[in-house]
Design a protein. Structure first.
Length: 162
């Protein structure tokens, strides 16, 4: 039996009108793991990213090579920040979003003295990925110890799609 829906399903190119059309698209309430070779594989028991409906959460990423998981750029917070942001971006895109969909970045630094250097690279990344006049994501910066000695920075993100 066909049922006419009076809403536009986010995964349908047009308004879905039948149960059959709806069955071709994932349930928006399903929770899906996001994986990509464009970012390092998770080292422990967590996902690179998780999407549930329009919400995409990216796990904290570090300055690792996506192919080898080697920690890169020892002692260079600017280069580590750039690599970390590229890892986050790869997961955001694998989840069907863009940096423009990111509503929040959380940055974790090991030293307060690295803030200005990290912020310089972060600002350039935002300028490259947000259209002029676009809404920049929120951000929190936290100073703490990180799980691996070579890490000077870790960044996670949350995006809302649609």
């Amino acid at each position: 039996m066909a049922v006419t829906l009076d809403h536009h399903h986010p995964f349908c190119p047009t308004t879905c009108t039948t149960d059959d059309e709806m069955s071709e698209y994932p349930d928006m309430s399903d929770k899906a793991e996001i994986r990509t070779d464009g970012a390092p594989a998770p080292a422990w028991m967590f996902s690179q990213g998780v999407r549930k409906g329009p919400i995409l959460q990216v796990s904290g990423q570090g300055p690792q090579d996506p192919a080898t998981a080697e920690y890169l750029y020892p002692g260079d917070v600017k280069a580590q920040t750039r690599r970390t942001l590229e890892n986050v971006k790869a997961i955001v895109e694998a989840g069907g979003a863009t940096v423009e969909d990111v509503v929040m970045f959380r940055v974790y630094l090991t030293k307060r003295s690295d803030f200005a250097l990290m912020n310089e690279v972060y600002a350039a990344f935002i300028d490259e990925n947000i259209k002029p006049g676009g809404v920049k994501p929120c951000r929190t910066t936290i100073f703490c110890e990180l799980p691996q000695e070579p890490m000077l920075v870790e960044i996670d993100a949350q995006a809302v799609i649609g």
